[in-house]
Write a protein that binds this ligand. Structure first.
Ligand SMILES: Cc1ncc(COP(=O)(O)O)c(C=O)c1O
Length: 377
């Protein structure tokens, strides 16, 4: 009981999405599920365990702390540190056998020194910048980098990766940019083979890349968003994959009031009632993760019927128009997003209406939102 603001997380749907993506890419391509940022707000430990039992063996996290939390909670897997190894983290990285992504020689030098100190090999994956302009070695300095990093004692380069910057964007320019990134990465992979440098892993694509560009799959992929059941292309129709929404965010009507025409609702009084209305007050606000930018008129679900947002989203509450749902009562469940027996509200639609992205909605879910897990891995 208590404040009825709940994120229901369906771990069986996560496993189903894993299998859907695995079937799409086929047996020659390994999945490295991305469970950083607490599993995109879905709880990395629960998701990690569910994905382990679905067949995953290597996970992508951002940093050492995220990997250690998973390891200490019993997720027995390999961990790739997508953000790299920050100064001071070398000892923990080597000790725990984590696999940092590297983009500079200084980090490689520190890891090599630590490896000698602990008398333990450290495996790294080299990132190359093909156009994201974030992490990664510049393509023209790559061979020199590999020569130098590969010669450092105790350091083994086990993989090569890059990151697509716009695989989910529509239009000819984006298509061209993405194809060029894929082509550049392919040239590097082929170049490594010609130099007889056989690495174990080559990966470039996250969800959008692996779905839309089969040639970007190489021998491994890093799906995040699609595993959690959100479509990176929404509202465009780019594929026929059946992805299941893993999270439902729900709350309950806590108060219903009958208000006369002309009443102004919420901060700034931006909604003015045109008629006598039944207004439902719902304990869920922007501190719980509902974007403050959600527009007046956005439709949530009550008793399988659309209930529109009245006024601005506040920190702890929203107000909904229940005039057209006379059967609605205090205690009724409101579906903010996700899929329940009562129907579905797409997180992508909410994100678009609020001028944000599903990633941000998931990862900004508030601390006080109770998490409920609907199936055991
Ligand atoms: C380097 C890297 N790879 C993969 C992913 C996963 O991307 P997506 O969630 O779009 O599948 C991310 C997400 O932020 C990332 O930063």
């Amino acid at each position: 009981m208590g404040r009825p603001c709940i994120a229901r997380i369906y771990l069986d749907r996560l496993q189903s999405n894993y299998r859907t993506i695995k079937n799409l890419v086929g047996p020659g391509v390994e999945l490295f599920p991305v469970v950083k940022a607490d599993g995109y707000g879905h709880n990395s430990v629960r998701c990690g365990k569910a994905l382990l039992s679905a067949g995953a063996g290597t996970f992508c996290v951002a940093c050492v702390e995220e990997a250690l939390e998973l390891m200490e909670s019993g997720v027995k897997a390999r961990f790739i540190l997508l953000s790299g190894c920050f100064p001071g983290d070398e000892s923990a990285v080597v000790k725990a056998g984590l696999v940092p992504v590297v983009s500079d020689l200084e980090t490689c030098g520190r890891l090599s020194a630590e490896s000698r100190k602990q008398r333990k090999k450290v495996r790294v994956q080299v990132k190359v910048d093909t156009g994201m302009s974030r992490l990664g070695v510049a393509t023209d300095g790559l061979w020199e980098f590999i020569g130098q990093a590969g010669g450092l004692p105790g350091l083994e380069i086990e993989g090569m990766l890059s990151h697509l910057s716009c695989p989910d964007y529509q239009g000819a320019d984006y298509l061209k940019y993405t194809r060029r990134q894929i082509e550049d990465f392919s040239l590097i992979v082929n170049g490594l083979r010609k130099k007889k440098l056989k690495l174990k892993y080559y990966h470039l694509a996250g969800s959008a890349g692996l779905i839309k560009y089969p040639e970007a799959r190489f021998n491994s992929v890093r799906p995040g968003l699609a595993l959690y059941g959100a479509d990176p292309f929404y509202p465009a129709l780019e594929h026929s994959l059946h992805l299941e929404p893993v999270m439902s965010l729900v709350s309950r009507v806590c108060l219903i009031k009958n208000l006369p025409a002309g009443t102004r609702i919420s901060y700034g009084g931006k909604s003015v009632l045109e008629r006598k209305s039944r207004v439902g007050v719902v304990p869920l606000g922007y501190a719980d993760g509902l974007p403050r930018s959600t527009p007046i008129g956005f439709k949530f679900l009550v008793r399988s019927k659309p209930a529109t947002l009245l006024g601005a989203v506040t920190m702890d509450f929203i107000m909904l128009d229940l005039t057209g749902i006379p059967e609605a009562e205090p205690g009724d469940e409101i579906l903010i997003f996700g899929r329940e027996k009562s129907g579905a509200v797409r997180v992508e639609e909410l994100a678009e209406a609020g001028q944000t992205i599903s990633y941000e909605i998931f990862t900004r879910l508030g601390k006080r939102v109770k998490r409920e897990y609907q199936s055991k891995p």
